[in-house]
Design a protein around this ligand. Structure first.
Ligand code: DX5
Ligand code: ZN
Length: 237
């Protein structure tokens, strides 16, 4: 690549949009997954809630197993299943989701008694691993495990429900995580989750995020392709 071209090289990994099926129509979940993939979704985000770590109960490994075979593009290219565990304890369910076909598994460090071990459990199944940080959760655990991670997930809402508003303090946290990733030098994805819309995704990308979870901004809308195009247009801006 010549120097001129280099100046146009993006300073970030290719952007990823990961629709959260928590906001999908559960009476036709398979169709919803296919439609959002056809509309351009890069990943499928699985919000797993156990009514213990968060005050809500969503779905388990069996739903992941059911969705796995249809999580493909029309050209049969597999779409990564991005499992976000809002559960405590972590290790057993993480293993179950790995066996059910998860490609990436993130968990909350405050939900595991032994964070380093939970990371190793997920990696032992060949899955990519991430840590998810709630709005008030400090990043200090990254001092000791960032090298082990493939993904860092910043919650911009308090976990448990879709349709909440973006918490602005997440922007400063995203900036700090981007600095930590740059210092670490490893290709680690920076995912943000909660209250993301086409009208705030640019600011979230500018803060340093490269992977965006969106639930209610996509599912329930009249035209998924239009919504995805609106997101892409903002990210290209
Ligand atoms: C909240 C979940 C989020 C949520 C996103 O606990 O982790 O993924 O479903 O939904 P929206 O985009 O509607 O905030
Ligand atoms: Zn999530």
């Amino acid at each position: 690549m010549n120097p001129a071209q280099a100046s146009h090289a993006p300073s970030h990994a290719p952007y990823v949009i990961a629709p959260s099926i928590l906001s999908a129509d559960f009476t036709r979940l398979g169709e919803e997954v296919k439609n959002v993939i056809d509309a351009g979704a890069h990943w499928i985000h699985f919000d797993v809630m156990d009514n213990h770590y968060v005050p809500n109960l969503s779905f388990g490994p069996m739903i992941c197993e059911a969705i796995k075979p249809i999580a493909k593009t029309s050209a049969q290219v597999p779409i990564p299943i991005d499992v976000h565990l809002m559960v405590q304890p972590v290790d057993h369910l993480a293993s179950s989701f790995a066996k059910a076909g998860a490609n990436l598994i993130s968990f909350h460090p405050d939900a595991s008694a032994h964070v380093h071990r939970s990371i190793q459990v997920i990696k032992s199944h060949g899955c990519q691993v991430g840590l998810a940080f709630n709005p008030a959760e400090p990043l200090s655990v990254l001092d000791w495990v960032i090298e082990e991670l493939d993904l860092i997930l910043i919650m911009s809402v308090n976990p448990g429900f879709g349709g909440q508003s973006f918490i602005p303090s997440a922007l400063k946290k995203i900036q700090e995580v981007r600095q930590r990733i740059t210092s670490c030098g490893k290709a680690i994805r920076l995912e943000v989750d909660g209250g993301i819309k086409a009208d705030n995704v640019r600011a979230i990308a500018d803060a340093g995020a490269d992977t965006f979870v969106a639930g209610s901004a996509i599912f329930g809308q009249a035209n998924y392709k239009e919504v995805m195009q609106a997101f892409q247009a903002q990210l290209k801006a």
